[in-house]
Design a protein around this ligand. Structure first.
Ligand code: FA5
Length: 344
């Protein structure tokens, strides 16, 4: 029994000395394994209990438990102290200055064309026009035939076309085929819609013309709609878009799907009307084509032209954006140059 007490006492002393020498948490954990682990020194001593007299065993067991409890407590204390030291060191090393200003997150923004497109839609919405979406890939029938432009008609030369490999399927050259979609959906009710969307033309790219550009089509169909309604509505749009003092003019024009037809110009904002490269020295910039819906087109849409009449227009938001921001080359729009895009 006294041997066992001796062994326990020296185990405790050795464990305390090792703990005092342990300088980090992993060294403390190693002490626990070495003295209190399943294969550690205390377990080895306890295996010797079997050799004692039965009368001595309870006292020996009690002694061993007391030593174990004290060593465990010492390990806990040492471990806690070392964790606190390590935390203090980490806090000091990784100190955060929460008063430093944050790093700004780079904000994206809408493309200038989208911004103007939305403004145009807003103005027309305020004037009671609903937005009607229609497809970019169209049939020859809707893009041309039902708009009064039969195959081989010279008017087809007005729109150089991207055809697909599927017979009769093309990329729409204007948003006007949407007029037929809308009329066929709503007839015989009156209509007031705008149709924003992308158009495609197989054209020479220049400072004023792209092969891909937006249009916003407008269509009003009802009883007793006249050319006066068309002019008044478009002038009101131009004043809301460009300011009440902006000059506009209508020029007689030709579109196979309207009769009579016109084009509306806005005083060139880039040169103030004195003439520049963008307005071809005219002082005016064309922003849209328009006219009274041709009776045959009304009929193709399902309306009786002896009862109904209507007006239509198609404008180019990129041209309008150029006017508003004095951009002198349309190629900037799809050039993906951030130096351009970040200005809006
Ligand atoms: C048309 O496309 C007719 N569908 C417009 C129309 C609708 C007339 C309804 C009557 C009734 P035009 O080809 O002129 O017309 O184009 C209309 C507008 O689209 C132009 O005024 C211009 O602002 C814009 N636009 C035309 N071609 C280009 C191009 N290559 N690049 C950029 N904008 C263009």
């Amino acid at each position: 029994m006294s041997d066992l007490a001796q062994a326990l006492a020296s185990l405790e002393a050795a464990a305390q000395a090792d703990l005092a020498a342990a300088l980090d948490v992993s060294a403390v954990d190693a002490v626990r394994v070495r003295y209190l682990g399943r294969k550690g020194s205390l377990a080895a001593i306890l295996r010797g209990l079997g050799g004692l007299d039965a009368a001595e065993r309870p006292l020996a067991g009690k002694l061993a438990n007391e030593v174990k409890t004290r060593v465990e407590a010492a390990i806990g204390t040492r471990r806690g102290a070392l964790v606190a030291v390590a935390q203090a060191a980490a806090l000091a090393a990784e100190r955060l200055d929460v008063t430093l200003p944050g790093q700004p997150v780079a904000m994206g923004r809408l493309h200038p064309s989208t911004q103007v497109l939305r403004r145009i839609c807003q103005i027309w919405a305020n004037m009671g026009f609903q937005i009607y979406r229609s497809r970019d890939v169209e049939s020859d029938e809707l893009n041309f035939e039902l708009l009064n432009i039969p195959a081989h008609h010279p008017a087809r030369d007005m729109w150089d076309t991207f055809y697909t490999e599927t017979e009769g399927v093309l990329l729409r050259t204007h948003t006007s085929p949407g007029q037929i979609h809308a009329m066929r959906e709503f007839h015989p009710e009156p209509i007031r819609v705008i149709l924003p969307g992308m158009c495609y033309r197989y054209e020479q790219i220049t400072a004023r013309s792209e092969i891909q550009f937006h249009q916003v089509e407008g269509l009003a169909v009802g009883r007793h709609i006249t050319m006066t309604d068309l002019k008044g509505t478009l002038i009101s749009f131009a004043h809301r878009m460009f300011g009440a003092n902006r000059q506009v003019r209508f020029r007689a024009s030709y579109f196979p799907f309207t009769e009579p037809s016109a084009e509306m110009d806005v005083e060139c904002l880039i040169c103030g009307g004195s003439g520049c490269g963008i307005c071809k020295q005219s002082g005016w910039l064309e922003i849209l084509g328009c006219g009274m819906v041709h009776p045959r087109v009304l009929q193709n849409g399902g309306y009786d032209p002896s009862v109904f009449s209507g007006f239509a227009f198609g404008m180019g938001p990129e041209r309008i954006t150029m006017l508003l921001h004095r951009i002198d080359d349309i190629r900037f729009f799809w050039g993906n140059d951030l130096r351009f895009l970040e200005q809006f």
